[in-house]
Write a protein that binds this ligand. Structure first.
Ligand code: F6R
Length: 614
């Protein structure tokens, strides 16, 4: 939630800050602000609304400073408004602060500061931070060079919650101080300039060399150097990490929206996910970064997969794959439920956490819980160095490239591809699956990029249906087995970006109540890809047709076209891998409906890309 950018260097900060904020808008977009160090003091320009609303404020044109911090907000404490926007100043206007996260004890801190004579202008939790820094700054008796950093550290010692902070001070016009705890922050470095951002993609066009920060580390960033400190302010040495994403992977690259671009990138992102892990259908699946033994895998009583939203839907596919190929029972949990339900897990459980961003608060908390109960933890993430990768025992990366649109598309197919490879890898170690099946799955995985291209070349019918039904209020998605798991994802995609209410049902379950909702003309989208379940699914679809539903079938089976309003054929593939193909028309369906409704596809209301709060 909330995006943070910072710049210090030889160029004017404003254009770089605004550019970075625009690229971070997917993290939150209800208000924005920037603060630069100018000759006459700290300037703060902020406004309710999207980043571009800052350009409506004339004063922005006079900013020339070369040091600045900036913020795009997803409101938690205090409604979206100019006064609640960041940056926030302390009462004396000595410190300016932007913050991503939540300060849980801000009420107590506010009361304390009020008792010391401080006043507050906003309803935010953040405003206590600059004032607390000021409070300690005035009390500290130490050399001026150290005072700023020490005051920040003393203030942070009082904070309970999560934060990524950038702070500038009129008394220290040569530096920015940053720190983080449970909220993401990276530092990009280049000759004579340094950048700060919540996410790598926002500053990728300026540098590919990054420093990754751990919790409770403090950093003084100057134009020509970066000083790192641990939680006790002892000096730390850090190496830069080179990121091999290119800048166009964070651009729209000629597409109208990031979401469409990311949908069309799937042949490439899946190739990257497969990478050198699977070279041919005759070679073993190989993960450079992991090394499981037969003894350990045979000792497992179960695998538990934990994630949120779309990533959890990828976990559902993982369950079927692992259970089928490895014969190990798998549970799938929503992270926000798992962490509070006292799950029965121990050292005989392998706990897998799937998260595109690697920053989802509930998923990270669930991982910590699993670790505390003795389970080995494996993270599947898309973001190198993200928080979860620093907590997990083992991390494997999806390598899907930056995903900017709020609605996840290419990350989902990369997650499913990766977990398919992981299942085969486990099955090969355990010798638990039929050789012919494994070979067929490997051939299909290697052919995925071509098959996805075929799906993407055949989208006209999806657009047609979307343009016909975009004014509807409710829709249904049906499927059995893995087709049901894909239906859940199709339904989530539709509601999150088009705001059309939809439900996904296991096709056989509908008649146990919800079929009462089916009425004349309602749209039902069904997925049929498993030859063993075709007849059963057709019967269920017949039940809704009889009650007047308009039907769209996504299938790789030979069906009688005249029985349905729309049929979209997708390439044949082993049923265990069909979700990677069948989800694509559903992603496009949600996309085209949202475009037909004239809504912002990439930034749906109330949402933000990384959910770093509970
Ligand atoms: C939906 C979507 C969300 C995320 C969920 C988890 O399109 O993107 O449901 O999948 O918030 O996010 P990550 O994968 O970053 O943990």
């Amino acid at each position: 939630m909330c995006g943070i950018v910072g710049y210090i260097g030889c160029k004017p900060a404003k254009p770089i800050l605004l550019d970075g904020l625009l690229k971070l808008e997917y993290r939150g977009y209800d208000s924005a602000g920037i603060s630069t160090l100018e000759k006459d003091g700290i300037s703060v320009i902020k406004n309710k609304g999207r980043v571009n609303s800052l350009n409506e404020i004339d004063e922005i044109n006079r900013l020339e400073g070369h040091i600045g911090i900036a913020h795009t907000r997803w409101a938690t404490h205090g409604k979206p408004s100019t006064k609640n926007s960041h940056p926030h100043l302390d009462n004396s206007k000595t410190f300016s602060v932007v913050h991503n996260g939540i300060i849980e004890n801000y009420n107590d801190l506010k009361k304390f500061l009020i008792s010391k004579g401080y006043t507050f202008l906003s309803e935010t939790d953040t405003e206590v931070i600059p004032n607390l820094i000021h409070y300690y700054y005035n009390k500290l008796d130490c050399k001026k060079g150290e005072k700023f950093l020490k005051a920040v550290k003393k203030a942070c010692d009082d904070l309970v919650g999560s934060y990524a902070l950038e702070i500038i001070s009129i008394d220290y016009p040569d530096r920015i101080i940053v720190t983080r705890k449970d909220s993401p922050l990276v530092i990009g470095t280049s000759t004579c300039e340094n950048y700060i951002s919540s996410d790598i993609p926002a500053i990728l066009s300026y540098t590919k060399k990054f420093y990754l920060l751990n919790n409770n580390e403090y950093v003084e960033i100057f134009e020509n150097k970066v000083n790192f400190y641990d939680k006790n302010l002892k000096n730390l040495k850090k190496e830069t990490k080179s990121i091999n994403w290119n800048a166009t992977s964070a651009d729209k690259d000629g597409f109208d929206d990031y979401m469409l671009k990311e949908i069309y990138e799937q042949p490439k992102s899946i190739s990257e996910t497969i990478g050198s892990r699977l070279k041919s259908s005759d070679s073993l699946v190989n993960f450079d970064d992991i090394n499981f033994s037969k003894k350990y895998l045979s000792s497992l009583q179960k695998i538990t997969i934990v994630a949120c939203g779309t990533a959890m839907h990828a976990g559902l596919i993982g369950k079927t794959l692992i259970e089928n190929l490895c014969n190990i029972p798998v549970e799938v949990d929503i992270a926000s439920e798992f962490r509070y339900r006292n799950p029965i897990i121990n050292d005989k459980t392998l706990a897998i956490f799937i998260t595109q961003s690697g920053e989802t608060a509930d998923t990270i908390a669930a991982l910590k819980l699993a670790k505390s109960k003795g389970s080995k933890t494996l993270a599947i993430s898309n973001v190198v160095g993200s928080s979860i990768t620093r907590e997990a025992d083992i991390t494997i990366y999806t390598h899907a490239g930056p995903e900017i649109a709020v609605a996840s598309t290419k990350a989902y197919t990369a997650q499913v591809t990766l977990i398919s490879l992981l299942s085969i890898y486990f099955a090969e170690i355990l010798d638990s699956a039929n050789y012919e099946l494994i070979k067929e799955l490997k051939e299909d995985i290697l052919n995925l990029p071509n098959k996805i291209k075929k799906v993407l070349d055949n989208t006209e019918i999806i657009k047609q249906l979307a343009n016909t039904v975009y004014k509807e209020k409710d829709m249904f998605f049906l499927g059995r087995g893995l087709d049901y798991s894909v239906s859940l994802e199709g339904s989530l995609k539709l509601k999150e970006i088009s705001y059309i209410h939809s439900e996904a049902y296991a096709a056989g379950e509908l008649k146990h109540g919800s079929i009462a909702l089916i009425e004349n003309g309602i749209t039902v989208i069904a997925i049929i890809t498993n030859p063993l379940l075709v007849e059963k699914s057709i019967s269920n679809i017949q039940e809704v047709i009889t009650r007047g539903a308009k039907t769209m079938i996504i299938t790789n089976q030979k069906l009688d076209k005249k029985n349905y309003d729309y049929i979209l054929e997708i390439p044949d593939i082993n049923p265990l891998l069909s979700p990677i193909l069948s989800v694509i028309p559903l992603q496009l369906f949600a996309y085209y409906i949202t475009k037909a409704k004239g809504l912002d596809v990439d930034k749906p209301r109330n949402l933000a890309k990384s959910v770093t709060v509970e």
